[in-house]
Design a protein around this ligand. Structure first.
Ligand code: G6P
Length: 603
């Protein structure tokens, strides 16, 4: 999704902006641009379609500045063209603006205020920058013109504005989309997320919706749209910039797949006390224990982690649990229990669909928890409680270690809640031990990469479509394994309940159709095996992945035993590797698949 950077007070502003944009690449984008000003009358606007490298190539050595703004654009309004790339510029070439979000009433604003302006792009962003220029021409100073324009906007925005007539100031504002201000020694930076500027500073000021910031090299003034000045203390973002290094890996996705056992162990040491109690805020447990139903709300891979969480909460804590897609829940809220508790799962903590639900349930007065990998994110800040995934930055667009960390945190929380409620199953479930077993089982699969690579080549080398089947937790993992394959190798893949295949979808099985069957649950193993045979009887090529205690000679991959509630922690590693090697062999950019964004901040 679009990424924003800005800087004021650095002689190397161009390099700060380009470095920041590179670090935002992982969010997903299809064009990029920057504007720099040297505060001595020289300025430059450069925009390119495609990769940051194309932008870098266009930035000649003489293009230097002391302040400026930069942007990676993931097209929403208008195709990815140079004209639609940001910074957008007003017709009088006085104002330059980068923007993340969607201004939903842009057309109405253009009709009302911009009849005499010829728009040069298809973007809502241009409408905003042209509005600023119109109001400035009517006599408002720049902060007033900016605030007036913003107060007319509906929808979402994080944006950064430059007035080229006054390059000693940089302006930023936020509503719904994420934006942070970084504070340095004699300079300020602006960024969509802290990762972008972590090599410049670790001191960040968080902005609230509806705030506008005026920056100089050594001052920061935050105020509301109504002009009320706000005081903010910087927070230290404790991320290790070295976490961003690829090291010997060709892609972040492989690095992040490999990090999963370490993340599970880190979670155990972070959340499990010496006496085996789970270290979470007692107020959180009290609030959870008061609920008669849990509602897990999430999107994409996080939704799939939620599906794995449902039986954990139902069996270990004995609380009925529903799992909902945020984008559906937001506008079709089901009939709720009397005392609902909402759990938001989100790797980024910024997903607009999830945030929309959070805002709604807060308005209704219901308690909420966000489980996220970004402690400073919007969802973490706005929920009543937050739990950290401790997975370290996840850079590859396709989520891997955040998914397994989400399942592990759900297991830890379910056991804590079960202990609190005195559920015998929770007392008996030694979650720390089980997660350690899962970490070891993950390592065993990671040691089999050559085998998985060969299987990926045979099954998915030139296929157009594929199926993943299983029951219970194996069904949940089938959905995630199929999503991984779709995301990075563009194979039409479907995760399917093994028993449901015969009720229609089996019509799609022809000679050689690849089908991956997950078999880890003793209660359903025989049934899933029958379903696999039904596929083979119709010519399908079945790869069986079974738990050691259930394995037969037909099984080409065997994973170590862990309790059936936690098998997705292990089996998904096979799914992730199958997707990774398929994408690699097809020559795709594994970390940056087409059309996708890491952090989806529009609904
Ligand atoms: C995007 C990403 C997915 C992710 C989903 C939810 O679509 O491409 O990988 O699963 O958003 O993101 P979240 O940050 O809320 O987990």
């Amino acid at each position: 999704m679009c990424g924003i950077v800005g800087v004021i007070g650095r002689q190397d502003a161009t390099q700060v902006l380009l470095g920041g944009l590179e670090k935002l690449e992982y969010r997903g984008y299809d064009s990029a641009g920057l504007y720099v000003n040297d505060q001595h009358g020289h300025d430059h606007l450069i925009r390119r379609v495609g990769r940051i490298s194309a932008l870098e190539a266009a930035v000649m050595p003489d293009i230097q500045g002391v302040m400026g703004i930069g942007h990676t654009r993931w097209a929403t309004n208008g195709r990815p063209t140079e004209a639609n790339a940001h910074p957008q510029v007003s017709s009088d070439e006085r104002f330059y603006l980068v923007h993340n979000g969607v201004i939903t009433n842009a057309q109405a604003l253009a009709d009302r205020f911009l009849q005499n302006v010829t728009l040069a792009s298809d973007t809502d962003t241009e409408v905003l920058v042209q509005l600023v220029a119109v109001f400035a021409r009517q006599g408002l100073d720049t902060p007033a013109a900016f605030k007036k324009a913003l107060s007319l906007c509906e929808g979402s925005y994080a944006c950064c504005l430059v007035d080229r007539l006054d390059p000693l100031h940089l302006y930023a504002a936020k509503a719904k989309s994420p934006l942070l201000i970084g504070q340095g020694d004699g300079f300020y930076v602006v960024a969509s997320d802290a990762l972008a500027m972590l090599d410049r500073t670790d001191q960040f000021l968080e902005l609230e919706d509806g705030e506008v910031v005026t920056l100089t090299a050594d001052s920061c003034r935050i105020e509301t749209l109504a002009g009320q000045v706000q005081h903010r203390t910087p927070i230290t973002v404790a991320l290790d910039a070295a976490d961003l290094d690829l090291g010997p890996y060709p892609y972040y996705m492989l690095k992040e797949i490999d990090e999963q056992p370490a993340v599970l162990r880190r979670l155990v040491s972070r959340y499990v006390e010496a006496d085996s109690r789970i270290a979470v805020d007692p107020a959180l447990l009290t609030a959870l224990a008061a609920a008669d139903r849990l509602y897990i709300v999430a999107a994409g891979t996080s939704y799939h982690a939620g599906l794995v969480g449902k039986p954990l909460f139902e069996q270990l804590a004995q609380v009925p649990t529903e799992v909902h897609l945020a984008s559906e829940f937001g506008y079709h809220q089901p009939l709720l229990a009397e005392k609902p508790f909402f759990i938001f799962l989100s790797q980024s903590g910024e997903t607009a669909d999830s945030r929309q639900v959070l805002v709604n349930v807060k308005r209704q007065g219901f308690p909420s928890l966000t489980i996220t990998n970004v402690a400073t994110s919007t969802l973490a800040r706005e929920a009543d409680f937050a739990l950290d995934l401790c997975a370290g930055p996840e850079i590859a667009v396709a989520s891997t270690k955040a998914y397994t960390a989400q399942i592990a945190v759900e297991a830890l929380l379910a056991q804590a809640l079960g202990q609190q409620r005195g559920v015998p199953a929770a007392q008996a479930f030694d979650v720390a031990h089980q997660l350690s077993l899962a970490a070891t089982a993950q390592e065993a699969i990671l040691a089999e990469k050559p085998t998985v690579h060969a299987l990926a080549g045979e099954l998915f080398g030139d296929t157009r479509d594929a199926f993943f089947i299983g029951r219970g937790a194996d069904y949940a993992v089938s959905l995630e394994a199929a999503l991984k394959l779709k995301e990075i190798s563009y194979v039409q893949a479907e995760g399917f309940a093994a028993g449901e295949l015969k009720h229609g979808t089996i019509a799609l099985i022809t000679q050689g159709t690849p089908v991956v069957a997950f078999i880890t649950d003793p209660a359903t193993a025989a049934h899933t095996r029958s379903n696999a045979q039904e596929v083979e009887a119709r010519g399908g090529r079945v790869l069986r992945i079974a738990a050691a205690s259930l394995a037969t000679p037909d099984d080409e991959l065997v994973v170590q035993d862990v309790p059936s509630l936690l098998t997705p922690l292990v089996t998904i590693v096979v799914g992730q590797l199958l997707a990774y090697f398929t994408s690699l062999d097809r020559g795709y950019d594994v970390d940056r698949p087409r059309n996708l964004a890491k952090s989806v901040t529009v609904e």
